[in-house]
Design a protein around this ligand. Structure first.
Ligand SMILES: [Zn+2]
Ligand SMILES: [Zn+2]
Length: 226
């Protein structure tokens, strides 16, 4: 069967199941999603144990919150970069600073509200990456993990040989963040983030799958990079 990219919606977040010879999940959703993820797998005729990796694009609460439960369901190994590992393993709530007026405002208003609802169970990472990333070949996926810091210092992306790129919050493409595809409104280091985009583009990224919102062609991001 050909490569499949199947989005799994969890509140404001979009996770992606990538299936080829093997299957991996990009991002760990919000807490309490095991039941709906189990139904999602059943609908797509994928057995839980087929999912070999849960690749966390970064350690923010909305991307790692459900990782423990999804690991328990599937038996998959959790993958994260060493710089974001602590949030996952200690259940630390993290939300990068706003880098646009709307980012700064929305974070200051929403953070106290969401922080109360977003407590999540900590879990140990199984594979901790350094800046060299990881080939996904041995997991039956034609692609690799690329280190793409900027939104957080431990942000990573999955780049398939097809040019499909799963980038977490290296871009955002939905309300309440943005009206159309563009750079994220929250980031630790926006200049570093732009450099990460150049790396991904140099390495062949063509279609972008963000952690918030629908996929879009990479050319929509070019205007933000100069
Ligand atoms: Zn984030
Ligand atoms: Zn996010």
């Amino acid at each position: 069967m050909a490569l499949q990219i199947i989005p799994f919606q969890s509140s404001m977040n979009t996770c992606y199941l990538i299936k080829d010879k093997g299957a991996v999940l990009i991002d760990g959703a919000w807490p309490n999603e095991a039941k709906s993820f189990s139904k999602f797998l059943e609908k797509h005729q994928i057995k839980p144990e087929e999912v070999q990796l849960i690749i966390l694009t970064h350690g923010d609460f909305d991307h790692v919150g459900g990782a423990k439960e999804l690991k328990e369901l599937t038996g998959a190994s959790i993958v994260i970069h060493e710089m974001d590992k602590e949030n996952l393993e200690k259940g630390i709530f993290h939300w990068p600073e706003g880098v646009t007026p709307w980012g700064r405002f929305s974070r200051s208003v929403l953070k106290p509200i969401i922080k109360k609802k977003a407590a999540f169970p900590a879990v140990r990472a199984d594979i901790v990456l350094d800046d060299n990333g990881l080939s996904l070949e041995e997991y039956g996926i034609p692609g690799r993990i690329v280190y793409t810091p900027g939104h957080t210092f431990g942000s990573i992306s999955v780049l398939l040989d097809t040019g499909d790129a799963f980038i977490g919050c290296l871009a955002q493409n939905r309300i309440p963040f943005r009206m159309k595809p563009g750079l994220p409104i929250y980031a630790k280091d926006i200049e570093l983030l732009k450099k990460s985009w150049k790396i991904l583009i140099d390495q062949g990224a063509k279609t972008i799958y963000p952690g918030h919102g629908k996929s879009f062609p990479v050319k929509k991001i070019l205007k933000y990079l100069n």
